[in-house]
Design a protein around this ligand. Structure first.
Ligand code: ADP
Ligand code: MG
Length: 256
């Protein structure tokens, strides 16, 4: 076996997979650039560390379970009048996760609640936080079945270990008494260890209605609101304002 292949095997046995795959390039480049031994070792280590970070980040994003990617950089602040650029910057800095703060984004459909929630979650994954995304409906289903269903249990274990839990679409569907109580238990359990982002189309006064229990609604909101910023997102639906029409686009193209 030639020397390079021996090095590759040794790198693999040390789990240095990036080094194994790029050792020839690293050596060729070092010879070309005539760098010192110290610089060479530094380049090998940096490349391996960079590769591992990128891999871990990709895994965090995959495990978070986002339905699709939405990025903060694509969030148009000039369209969303409910958030100042200063608030947006503060949210993007993610210190609120370290402080165990919760966020509630409320408002009508299409104003960007889910975009902002996923964007923040995605960015948190990039910054090394463990994140879980779920809709309220799927969360309730998992809490109900975690004792009997392996996949629900795995999802709930992940939720409990997350730094940030995004619960999308709270209040869209009514929740029965058992589900409401289980949700309350979860929120209590996560308090101060996991930040929660909630998106909802309901005002606080309407929580009693969809939970079908005013006392429970008060208890849940009490837990959630202790360390919490609530952002009421009003305005027009981005979807309606930026409606894309296949027919118009085609007519334009055809010069009609
Ligand atoms: P909501 O959850 O409030 O119903 P979404 O976040 O799903 O609304 O937004 C609907 C669509 O409009 C998505 O494609 C989203 O990316 C886009 N959108 C909403 N608000 C903005 C915004 N301020 N800037 C860019 N895109 C936006
Ligand atoms: Mg939404």
């Amino acid at each position: 076996m030639d020397k390079i292949n021996v090095l590759k095997e040794q790198a693999a046995s040390l789990s240095l997979y990036n080094t194994r795959d790029s050792i020839e390039d690293l050596i060729n480049q070092a010879e070309r650039d005539e760098i010192t031994y110290t610089e060479f070792i530094g380049k090998v280590f940096s490349a391996e560390i960079g590769y591992r970070h990128a891999k871990a980040e990709a895994r965090r994003i995959k495990d978070a379970g986002f339905p699709y990617a939405k990025l903060l950089k694509d969030f148009d602040l000039s369209f969303c009048k409910s958030i100042t650029s200063r608030q947006f910057k503060q949210l993007s800095e993610l210190n609120w996760i370290d402080g165990g703060y919760n966020l509630i984004f409320s408002g009508p459909p299409g104003v960007g609640k889910t975009h902002l929630a996923i964007g923040l979650g995605y960015h948190a994954c990039e910054e090394g936080y463990k994140v879980s995304y779920t809709t309220m409906q799927s969360l309730v289903q998992c809490i109900r079945t975690e004792e009997i269903d392996r996949r629900s249990r795995a999802k709930m274990n992940r939720v409990r270990k997350s730094n940030l839990l995004v619960i999308d679409e709270v209040g869209y569907l009514p929740v029965n008494a058992t589900e409401g109580n289980l949700f309350f238990q979860l929120v209590s359990e996560l308090q101060e260890q996991t930040s929660i982002i909630i998106t909802t189309n309901k005002g606080f006064e309407e929580w009693a209605e969809f939970l079908n229990d005013p006392a429970l609604a008060t208890a849940i909101l009490d837990r959630l609101s202790f360390r919490c910023d609530r952002i009421k997102m009003s305005g027009k639906s981005y979807r309606l304002e930026n409606r894309k029409s296949f027919l118009d686009a085609k007519e334009e193209k055809d010069g009609i």
